[in-house]
Write a protein that binds this ligand. Structure first.
Ligand code: APR
Length: 263
């Protein structure tokens, strides 16, 4: 883990990235802003993505084959233990300047929504409040049969803990591959995409749907769309601004350009 608690307003790196003036102005005057984030924004906090190499005892497992309902049905203990390991990694991580910069933008913009695909809770830890978690939150646990969430559970060696109401296994409250996204969250995200004047797309490969469709939806409805990512994505050629750099550098620079600190 490389935790960082630098506030974007005080970050020395804020001037290290050139922000297009027109984009800074667009952000400063916008009344409605939506942000879509993915695993890349947490990379600088040391949270491994699914596509990162696994370490230690998990190196021989393919994460894409652990995060499915079928995998849980086949080998519940292994899937439970893998999430318990990831939960510990996330609990030890701290927000980075990119997370803090988005919380700062929220404080300036009247109508703001942060739509995240991340399950790590680092946006909330940085102070973001107007947020939609499209893929759930790894800190939460729920009944696999649908009774709802539980706050505490006892770990047993041989199998996942059981729901105190119905006796089914407990599972992480995240959206697995092949599962539907939570309907209310997706509707809020789509509404924000359609209504916003500016959308920032940060640290996502823009390949996993339906989240990946939100930037195109925003643009089709007239929004300016800007991407923050050190690498090219399928979106890069189809949007208004591409800020090619790590979010921990680019986002604080964007905040400083839009709302320059008073001298
Ligand atoms: N700053 C910004 N972007 C970064 C950084 C960084 N420091 N480091 C990496 N990135 C970019 C990568 O270039 C890549 O485009 O972050 C993106 C991460 O892509 P993915 O790992 O595919 O993450 P994401 O788009 O969130 O995946 C969507 O798929 O893994 C499943 O359910 C999981 O929510 C996740 C979904």
């Amino acid at each position: 883990m490389v935790p960082s608690r630098v506030d974007p307003d005080q970050s020395a790196s804020a001037s290290a990235f050139a922000i297009p003036e027109a984009l800074a102005l667009r952000l400063r005057v916008a009344r409605r802003v939506a942000v879509l984030t993915g695993a890349g924004i947490s990379a600088e906090s040391g949270v491994p993505t699914f596509r990162d190499a696994q370490t230690g005892m998990w190196a021989r497992f393919d994460p894409l084959e652990l995060a499915t309902p079928a995998a849980f049905a086949r080998q519940p203990r292994i899937v439970w233990d893998w999430y318990a390991w990831r939960r510990e990694l996330v609990a030890a991580a701290a927000p980075n300047p990119g997370h803090y910069a988005l919380a700062a933008i929220e404080r300036h913009v009247p109508d703001f929504l942060l739509i995240t695909q991340n399950v790590d809770g680092l946006h909330q830890a940085a102070g973001s409040t107007r947020i939609v978690e499209l893929h759930g939150n790894i800190a939460r646990v729920k009944c696999a049969r649908g009774c709802g969430g539980v706050d505490t559970w006892e770990d047993a060696a041989s199998e996942p803990p059981r729901c105190p109401r119905c006796g089914a296994f407990l599972r992480p409250d995240v959206v697995w591959f092949e599962e539907m996204l939570p309907v209310d969250e997706l509707l809020r995200a789509e509404r924000a995409a359609r209504d916003c004047e500016l959308m920032l797309v940060v640290g996502t490969s823009a390949e996993v749907h339906p989240a990946a469709a939100l930037p195109a939806m925003a643009r089709a409805c007239g929004a300016t769309v800007a991407e923050v990512n050190p690498s090219a994505t399928p979106l890069s050629d189809r949007i208004d601004y591409v800020l090619r750099g790590p979010s921990g550098i680019v986002l604080p620079a964007l905040v400083a350009a839009a709302w320059p600190p008073a001298i």
